[in-house]
Ligand binder design. Structure first.
Ligand SMILES: Nc1nc2c(ncn2[C@@H]2O[C@H](COP(=O)(O)OP(=O)(O)OP(=O)(O)O)[C@@H](O)[C@H]2O)c(=O)[nH]1
Length: 332
């Protein structure tokens, strides 16, 4: 697919044009609902059946956890989240990409630090925890709940990586957003320092479901769980250098989370355009696509890179040329 903007630009990229490759994985999602109570979370049952890195979405009620999960993994329109009901069960989203992830949305009303609670069933095997903090609400309680949680878990589960999504920042002015982010960060750092934990492994992101910030933040968190990240980055560096791309991403098409990118700085405008292009391609393939014998592709690497894979080129959109090429795990 290509487009000429009418000012004489040709469809093919020129060396000095901005070209961005988004290389996307064939992936699909599945969702399982499980009972949040201990009885429904027996280790060895579904928890440890496979060793997919697990990512937990935690935070107080109404902070926005389910909205994030629905917008990123189920393509829910952001305004539809206004009608979401309180989550009472753990919701699992599985992402089958170059690496299989599980994302668990934990109900806000359960006290996971209760000694009666079977912590191993939730936190055993967790790679990363995202703490969703509502930036437009009083954040004293979520900050103290987060620090309690980290202090409680740090000895038994020292490998968990923590991220704080300072969420709903679309409702804040830019200045207030920066102040809020600084303040939240300072409070968490101070509280943990007072409790004896210096330099906690926490990363902070300002997020909103109403723009691409949530996808960008999720991508960064996921990348922290990809052991092959340096290899992917090196491969993407090679692709960029050989093809004279300004930036190359490896996307999971269904979530628009990028598993890796080359090591040049992220250009948010280019990322947003790539994400929009993926939306268009996925929507069009749902209308005009055909069954491509997925199983055969998965098992036969030579067929995986055959001509049936999706490919798209968009010329000179806001000064960028976008090239999308579908690959899947067996092609690597
Ligand atoms: N302005 C704004 N509102 C948001 C955002 N994300 C979520 N919301 C709203 O926040 C409200 C609560 O969202 P939920 O996703 O149900 O919150 P939750 O954390 O899952 O709540 P529980 O299920 O009770 O634990 C909804 O009305 C959402 O529309 C955001 O980025 N910006």
């Amino acid at each position: 697919m290509s487009r000429n903007d009418g000012d004489g630009e040709e469809d093919s990229p020129k060396p000095d044009d901005k070209s961005t490759a988004s290389i996307s994985s064939a992936a699909h999602e599945e969702t399982t609902q499980v009972n949040a109570l201990n009885g429904g979370l027996e280790p060895g049952n579904f928890l440890h059946i496979d060793h997919k890195p697990r990512l937990l979405l935690m935070g107080l009620k109404r902070s926005g956890k389910s909205s994030i999960s629905n917008v990123v993994f189920r393509k829910m329109a952001p305004h539809e989240t206004l009608f979401l009901e309180t989550t009472t069960t753990i919701r699992k989203e599985a992402m089958h990409s170059f690496m299989d992830f599980q994302v668990w949305d934990l109900p806000g009303q359960i006290d996971y630090l209760d000694p009666e609670f079977d912590a191993e069933s939730i936190f055993g095997g967790v790679g990363a925890m995202i703490w969703v903090l509502d930036a437009i609400d009083n954040y004293m309680e979520p900050v103290s709940r987060l620090t309690e949680t980290i202090l409680h878990l740090q000895h038994s589960y020292p490998d968990i990586k923590y991220s704080v999504f300072i969420h709903k920042v679309d409702s804040l002015t830019e200045d207030f957003r920066d102040d809020t982010m600084r303040d939240v960060r300072q409070r968490i750092t101070d509280d943990l320092y007072d409790a004896g934990l210096e330099n906690p492994p926490i990363t902070y992101y300002g997020t909103s479901i109403y723009d691409h910030s949530i996808f960008e933040a999720f991508s960064k968190v996921m990348q922290g769980l990809v052991p092959q990240l340096p290899t992917f980055e090196a491969l993407l560096n090679t692709v960029s250098a050989s093809c004279k791309f300004e930036k190359a991403y490896l996307f999971d098409v269904y979530s628009k989370v990028y598993i890796a990118s080359d090591t040049t700085p992220i250009d948010m405008k280019a990322y947003e355009l790539c994400a929009d292009l993926i939306d268009i391609i996925v929507d069009m393939s749902e209308v005009y696509g055909w069954d491509r014998g997925k199983d055969q592709q998965e098992t036969d690497p030579s067929k995986a890179v055959a001509s049936q894979s999706a490919e798209s080129f968009v010329s000179n959109i806001k000064g960028y040329h976008l090239y999308l090429k579908e690959i899947n795990r067996s092609a690597l």
